[in-house]
Design a protein around this ligand. Structure first.
Ligand SMILES: Nc1ncnc2c1ncn2[C@@H]1O[C@H](COP(=O)(O)OP(=O)(O)OP(=O)(O)O)[C@@H](O)[C@H]1O
Ligand SMILES: [Mg+2]
Length: 454
């Protein structure tokens, strides 16, 4: 489980509460104000926040709102002096778990933390169950190629063998990995995805294997690595072709032995994990170029699963487009005209299913036709491909046909996407450039459904 974070501007209170909680066996972090606290939440795994309502820089209520928006799984306990009791009541209305009055009673504090923790565990279990039912059957496509993919997924789900999924961008590699897990005997265990490309070399070991408190400068609390979190379940190593050679050798040892030590730790940890990896690179070519270890490749490539590009199975396009239109339209009964289907089917979709999905999202926002015409498709196609930005007058032309609220959202999404791309999807960096809090940016990314790499 994660740590407890205490956000309070009084050093005395921070120290006392930390002592009490650590005596009770909780890993505890502290922050002296809201922005520092929110930054900590982005880095560390935290279940419960103890939040003073009266804070400098950013008020407790605003901090609470940011936590609710960005980290809905975290429970917050609000602490207030007698004078600010109505703020605390307000906080509970906004979704705080509980509030405690100052001066703090140790017993009251411990009970509140214990209850908040119990609720976290319950929610975790619930969301696991929910995820399972939602994501179960959304792999669309009845082409022969997809039938072969399904067959291979079913087969590999029956064994515990490692699977290496290859395929171009947006072909459904992650979806396939999730299905293998859901259909396997490990389905009741966790599915843990790691993006190997997004991880800086310096952090990869601690991400994968975890660290002990104090093992390096930033390691304020003990943290479980992904291998440990995936125990009894499936570990999905995404973008494995982008891992550095030194990280590859550590990975090799870990997947061979299923044993490792946490960073800065002595104890050897054994786990039971099934490994599924994915890449859009040609690993044989990477091996030839000396960028990928051949022995790791052979370990991972026990069952090879290649996800076909959309252009290899254009017969799946109509069903996919209809599926996205229905889902994005919130159950509305809009249809695609025959001309629209023909236009969609003859396009090349370099970004594959992800591009088609984004495209249908755009069409469903920008057009209000009940039966979407070929002209609408033609109008937007070619604008959504590749990563080029439309020119401002072009965009204004399209935007000015919308209601102000829709135009504002379309602009905001495009603006954010542009800046995220420019900064390599680094949230902290992008937030700084455009002048918002990272937590705020995070909330917007969620709101607009922006995906890294889009
Ligand atoms: N057969 C399918 N039916 C419906 N939706 C699909 C299908 N395949 C993929 N998708 C959707 O398309 C999007 C991209 O899929 P996914 O993330 O699995 O692709 P990927 O190959 O991992 O992409 P990338 O190379 O960019 O990491 C997701 O939103 C996914 O849900
Ligand atoms: Mg992926």
């Amino acid at each position: 489980m994660g740590a407890i974070l205490v956000i309070d501007d009084e050093p005395g209170i921070r120290a006392t509460v930390k002592d009490i909680l650590e005596d009770e066996g909780y890993a505890t972090l502290t922050a002296e104000d809201g922005p520092i606290g929110l930054e900590t939440l982005r880095r560390e795994s935290v279940d419960v926040v103890i939040l003073d309502v009266w804070l400098p820089r950013m008020g407790g209520i605003d901090v609470l709102k940011a936590i609710r928006a960005d980290h809905p799984a975290i429970e917050t306990i609000v602490v207030s002096g007698h004078a600010s009791i109505d703020m605390a009541v307000n906080a509970v209305k906004l979704g705080a778990f509980d509030f405690i009055e100052k001066p703090l009673s140790i017993e009251r504090l411990i009970t509140a933390v214990r209850n908040a923790r119990a609720l976290c565990e319950l929610k975790l279990e619930n969301s696991r169950l929910k995820l399972k039912t939602i994501e179960n059957d959304d792999m669309i496509g009845s082409s022969i190629k997809m039938a072969e993919v399904r067959e291979l997924i079913d087969q590999s789900a029956r064994s515990d063998a490692r699977v290496l999924i290859t395929g171009e961008n947006g072909t459904g590699k992650e979806l396939a990995a999730r299905r293998i897990h859901e259909l396997s005997a490990r389905a009741s265990g966790p599915f843990v995805a790691v993006n190997c490309a997004a991880m800086p070399d310096t952090l990869i070991e601690s991400e994968l294997f975890g660290h002990e408190k104090g093992s390096f400068t930033d390691a304020v609390a003990r943290r479980k690595g992904k291998f440990e979190t995936a125990h009894t379940g499936t570990l999905f190593l995404d973008e494995i072709g982008d891992m550095s050679l030194s990280a590859q050798s550590k990975m090799l040892r870990a997947i061979q032995e299923m044993r490792f030590e946490r960073l800065g730790g002595e104890q050897t940890i054994e786990v039971d994990v099934r490994v599924v990896a994915a890449t859009n690179k040609d690993l044989r070519q990477e091996i030839a170029a000396g960028r990928f270890r051949e022995d790791l490749f052979f370990r991972l490539n026990v069952i090879p699963l290649r996800m076909p590009a959309l252009r290899e199975r254009p017969e799946d396009i109509p069903a996919l487009a209809a599926f996205f239109l229905e889902r994005l339209g919130g159950g509305s009964s809009r249809r695609l005209s025959e001309g629209a289907i023909a236009a969609l089917s003859s396009y090349d979709w370099p970004g594959n299913i992800r591009e088609l999905k984004n495209f249908m999202e755009r069409v469903s926002v920008m057009s209000d036709e009940d039966s979407i015409s070929a002209e609408t498709i033609a109008h937007f196609i070619g604008r959504s491909d590749g990563k080029d930005e439309e020119s401002i007058p072009d965009r204004l032309d399209t935007l000015s046909e919308l209601r102000l609220s829709e135009a504002r959202e379309a602009f905001e999404r495009g603006y954010l996407l542009h800046n995220l791309r420019k900064n390599g999807y680094n949230i902290a960096k992008t937030a700084e450039t455009i002048g918002v809090y990272p937590s705020n940016l995070h909330a917007k990314i969620k709101k607009f459904g922006i995906e890294a790499g889009e």
